[in-house]
Design a protein around this ligand. Sequence first.
Ligand code: TLP
Length: 354
Amino acid sequence: MPMHKIIDLRSDTVTRPTPAMRQAMANAEVGDDVYREDPTVNRLQERAAEIFEREDALFVPSGTMGNQAAIKVHTDPGQEVICEARAHIYNAEMATMAAFSGCLARPIEAPDGILSWDRIAPWVRARTDNRSRTGLISLENTANLAGGSVYPAKVMEEICDQAHAAGLPVHLDGARIFNAAVALNSSVADLTQGFDSIMFCFSKSLGAPIGSMLVGSRKFIEEARSIRKMLGGGMRQAGVLAAAALVALEESPKRLHVDHENARFLAEGLAEIPGLKIDPAKIVSNILFFDVSETGMTSYDLSRRLAAQNVLANGVTPKNIRMVTHCDVDREDCARALEVMAEVVGVVRKAYSA
Ligand code: TLP
């Protein structure tokens, strides 16, 4: 059997820099960014602030550092951070909000990972004699572990307005906020205007190799800069990274709709395979989860069998596999992934029923 190229659907973090990014990296003007003297980092920060219509921005090495620096700036030790139960800050950031900021997550379950003020309100607490106080509300858009779902603009707006009325700041984990903007046919500035801080990633769907950005007021960004240094994230000639991120910021949002169409195509194909469960109508961005429990395999077994045929997708729970589309997989790759999936699932189901 001919060996096919690897089709990597594990995450949109796996992309390689494009030729234009590599060119920009090679030509990047650099300086020491801890002295604020890297012209390319400065340009990237100014451009991000401009696109989000905010005062300032800060380049950070990772989304995790951006989120956790924001949590540290907004909270005091002993406070709670309200988030959805599947939030990345709660599930996939090494309990840093507890270890570094001394905060307790207050996870709230919501359908498709989309919180509303009605769900949040009962958990907002001012000082009492025994319960901890709420320090921050954090939303995630798109909501990764809830299947790349997207917050309606009005829902975010209401949460931000009500939180502010209660004296609380709101942070946005917008690792994939450009995907949300494409899904809603809106701009990232419009979608994020109510938030006190925003983190977005260059190294996810935008396809850059490394880096994320915090965006907010000048005061917030000054504070976050100190926290970034505390976390070891003060980088020196980071312009080589910022150069690739600049290309990503200008070029990639235009093509994200292709990833969304490919994700929907995958979902429709998966829904046709007996034993797999997914509702294609729910796929609105570049992430999809499907249930494999009726195949007779765990997600981990199935994932291993796919990998043996050069299709990579991770089991996230024993029942669920996640696939993420990105700029390094095209429609043909998705069709091939579906073929392999049908074959692997079919062989195992046949063996079970024999
Ligand atoms: N997400 C990664 C994994 O950690 C799960 C992925 O493959 O999707 N916020 C959100 C919503 C994220 O999805 C991620 C990364 C982060 C923050 C953290 O970004 P990094 O990996 O740059 O620290």
